[in-house]
Ligand binder design. Structure first.
Ligand code: GTP
Ligand code: SPV
Ligand code: MN
Length: 580
């Protein structure tokens, strides 16, 4: 949408009254200046330079450590167009409520005007945004996560197209916090939070909520998906896109270090959080990563679980809400070393286990994708990489087997649409509660999900050979609460089977849920599992699935007649196969 963005910037200045305005050019000098400003103000702490070159720690306000879904709105003219999956306000009402919060909110602060490009430079699928913010932390993170400056300005000048986003920290009070989207105007307003997805407007606000709305109108898809290329012994690279909910394993899978590397299976990273997918002239689905960096979960990341991430964050990294050692090193639960003497917790207090974890469970690292050792040579290909398989995964401690394959695209869409997931610390609220999280997009779909499911069906119909769709679950637990599957690098064994299925050689048996690996089709050589683990990892609990399909139906009904009839047919067929 062509807008007079210079005038929009002027209006934002008039409204928020900053003491100065800084136009960002994306240069290294500017990045260094932003960091220096924050070190001086105390917003950043310099970490041990010898051990962690050019790396910093930021501590958020303790009330501002995760996305706040209950304060996030999609403001379409008609409420039905936002759907039951979104909070809604009428656009005029939203503006009337938020305007006073922006009124003079930048007094005494510098306004940063950040032109940024989402997607590779030179890609016809990339899109520009301008974020206005009064947070230098946001500006520095945008430097790492997007392409700031010239590439964005060029695109804006070429096309006149830009998504404007106004962000202010306000007073950081959750009572005056709103993350508001106007998808019909392609506009974002966010106030009262400095955290990740609430404040880095290129990420969830633009690249998912606004972009999903654009994608529906324009015939493409914006998804909460990692993208990887998997090399196999034949020398092929097969590209896979995978949707897992927040804090459920995308970054880890995107950087997986294969335990079958000796056999020739290796993973290359294209993206770890968001995929923009288009159908090319030949009818092939292709994916670009709109981002240029990673905003990854720190806890649980170690040299044994994710050595690639550990190498990636070794320098030029901004850590948010991790703990810090006396020696100025970042520390978090699951880093692989015991909590050292004198540890300072994420709030800046001497660590006391009585206060909970030392690092916040949603503490994160921000780092440029360029310095990831496993980054794919094709990660910035303008046309994107060809996708052969789509994988849905989520945390389910019971019920959902390790892996199964959809019988068709339409069945795969049902699997995605009906996906249940245990909630995580990535959003405020209870953790570990199962909710429906279709395609891992519940918090990110910028329109009515009934229409979104229809869009998935229509996209599949337009592809010459739609990718095969799989469901995975790394998180099954035994009765004592131990994970049944070792996960991380061993997940390559599941992908070995997925690749075999894509290329027509993998052995499978038909089950009510879909095609499951034939006995011995998953390569377990050299793997120590609990006795019976494989049996438990592939068990089908019909009673449990009856309850789950009831839950799906209840959720699907909330979309009324916007929910596609084809998926009701798939749902009935699933119940019939299960005999429930
Ligand atoms: P967002 O950035 O919030 O969208 O999350 P993400 O999907 O990228 O999640 P991430 O890969 O950062 O994983 C989050 C948590 O899941 C971390 O604590 C990991 O240690 C844990 N995790 C990831 N993969 C596995 C696995 O295969 N098995 C087990 N048990 N845990 C895993
Ligand atoms: C998520 O919550 O899915 C994230 C982190 O990837 S945030 O950028 O905060 O959305
Ligand atoms: Mn995410």
């Amino acid at each position: 949408m062509a807008i007079d963005w210079k005038r929009w910037v002027e209006e934002c200045i008039q409204l928020t009254l900053p003491s100065s305005v800084h136009w960002c050019d994306g240069s290294e000098i500017e990045y260094a200046m932003l960091l220096e400003t924050m070190v001086r103000s105390g917003a950043l702490i310099r970490l041990n330079h010898a051990l962690h070159p050019n790396s910093f720690l930021h501590r958020s306000d303790p009330n501002d450590v995760a996305r706040t879904e209950h304060l996030t709105y999609v403001c379409t003219q008609h409420e039905e167009d936002a759907g039951p999956n979104n909070n809604w306000m009428a656009p005029a009402e939203a503006k009337a409520r938020l305007r006073p919060l922006f009124d003079g909110s930048m007094k005494g602060r510098t306004m940063y005007v950040i032109p940024y490009l989402m997607g590779p430079v030179g890609s016809p699928h990339s899109k520009a945004g301008i974020e206005i913010t009064d947070s230098p932390y946001v500006a520095a993170n945008m430097h790492l996560m997007t392409r700031v400056g010239r590439p964005a300005m060029d695109r804006i000048e070429e096309t006149g197209d830009v998504v404007p986003g106004l962000h202010s920290l306000g007073d950081l009070s959750p009572d005056r916090r709103f993350i508001v989207h106007f998808p019909e105007e392609r506009l974002i307003w966010s106030v009262g939070s400095g955290y990740g997805g609430n404040a880095l407007l290129g990420k969830k606000c633009f690249a998912l909520r606004i972009a999903s709305h654009m994608a529906r109108d324009e015939g493409w898809m914006a998804e909460h998906m990692l993208i990887i290329g998997i090399e196999d012994p034949e020398g092929r690279t097969t590209y896979v896109a995978a949707a897992f909910p927040s804090a459920s394993g995308k970054t880890n899978l995107a950087m997986l270090v294969s335990t079958l590397a000796d056999e020739g299976y290796r993973v290359r990273t294209v993206g770890d959080d968001i995929a923009w997918l288009h159908i090319d002239q030949e009818g092939q689905l292709r994916a670009i990563n709109p981002e240029a960096g990673f905003f990854g979960v720190a806890p649980g990341t170690s040299l044994s679980t994710n050595p690639v991430a550990m190498k990636t964050v070794h320098r030029n990294c901004i850590f948010t809400n991790v703990a810090v050692t006396l020696n100025g090193e970042p520390w978090w639960e699951g880093i692989g070393t015991p909590a050292p003497e004198g540890l300072i917790d994420w709030r800046g207090r001497p660590w006391d286990p009585a206060n909970g974890p030392a690092a916040h469970p949603n503490s994160r690292f921000t780092v440029s994708a360029r310095q990831c050792p496993s980054v794919s040579p094709h990660w910035e290909d303008p046309e994107g990489v060809p996708i052969s398989a789509i994988v849905f995964g989520s945390r389910r401690s019971a019920l959902v087997p390790l892996v199964f394959e959809a019988r068709s695209w339409q069945h795969g869409v049902l699997i995605g649409a009906g996906m249940g997931a245990e909630t995580t610390a990535a959003a405020t609220g209870a953790v570990g509660v199962v909710r429906r999280d279709p395609m891992a997009m519940l918090p990110f779909c910028g329109y009515n999900m009934g229409d979104y499911f229809r869009h998935w069906l229509e996209m599949g119909a337009r592809m010459k050979k739609p990718p095969k769709i799989f469901r995975v679950n790394w998180f099954l637990k035994d009765l004592s609460g131990m994970f049944l599957w070792p996960g991380y690098g061993e997940n390559i064994r599941v992908f070995k089977w997925i690749l075999e299925r894509v290329h027509g050689t993998g052995k499978a048996v038909d089950t009510p849920l879909g095609a499951m690996p034939a006995p011995d089709a998953i390569d377990t050589h050299g793997l120590t599992l609990q006795p019976d683990a494989m049996k438990q990892l592939f068990a089908i609990d019909r009673g449990g699935w009856r309850v789950a399909t009831d839950g799906m139906a209840e959720f699907f009904r909330t979309f009324g007649d916007r929910f596609p009839q084809e998926l009701w047919t798939e749902h009935a067929a699933l119940r019939k196969r299960l005999g429930v």
